[in-house]
Design a protein around this ligand. Structure first.
Ligand SMILES: [Zn+2]
Length: 181
């Protein structure tokens, strides 16, 4: 008979969990292109209920996924409350939700897929914004910008997408040596 103590733990006692998030939006004229909380000069922007920040939406889904808390649509439905919502504020809310459960984000790796515009020079600022909101060092946030090699809707400039992967780690306050309980 196998004797694997870790299998007897409840899921929340696993000290490290991974989450993945994906998002895609159509690109249309007359909308601002916002990525990682910054406005990128471009003639098109995402057709979305909120500000359509695909990078932050993928990241939110990755964090919620790792924490076992559903997805972005469950927490922020397409109601008037979230019309043109600032996605960085939604990320801030998600971090509070996760912190309540004693989880801390350890690191983030994300990829934005857009044929245009070139995003390289904006990546440092996106990293800084996200690191600040998530509460980690900017060196723990990696953002890559890729094209779709001219293929499909993204390659034709009709859409923008992002993937994000995060690791979250349990930092139980209850095990803090100075905690009185
Ligand atoms: Zn989205």
């Amino acid at each position: 008979m196998l004797n694997l103590p870790h299998m007897l733990r409840t899921p929340d006692e696993l000290s490290i969990k991974v989450g993945h998030g994906y998002d895609i939006h159509r690109l249309v004229e007359g909308r601002k292109l916002i990525l990682g909380g910054i406005e990128i000069p471009f003639q098109k922007g995402p057709d979305a209920h909120s500000d359509g920040d695909v990078l932050v939406h993928a990241l939110i889904d990755a964090i919620l996924g790792a924490a076992g808390k559903g997805d972005i649509g469950k927490h922020f439905p397409n109601t008037p409350k979230y019309k043109n919502a600032d996605s960085m504020k939604l990320l801030d809310y998600v971090m509070q939700l996760v912190a309540e459960r004693e989880w801390k984000v350890t690191n983030i790796d994300a990829t934005i897929i857009a044929e245009k515009p070139k995003l390289g020079k904006f990546v440092a600022k996106m990293k800084e914004n996200i690191a600040k909101t998530v509460g980690i060092e900017a060196s723990m946030v990696n953002i890559k910008a890729a094209t779709n090699e001219g293929l499909d809707a993204i390659g034709e400039g009709r859409a923008i997408a992002a993937h994000a992967v995060v690791i979250i780690q349990l930092v139980p306050r209850s095990r803090h040596p100075f905690q009185l309980s």
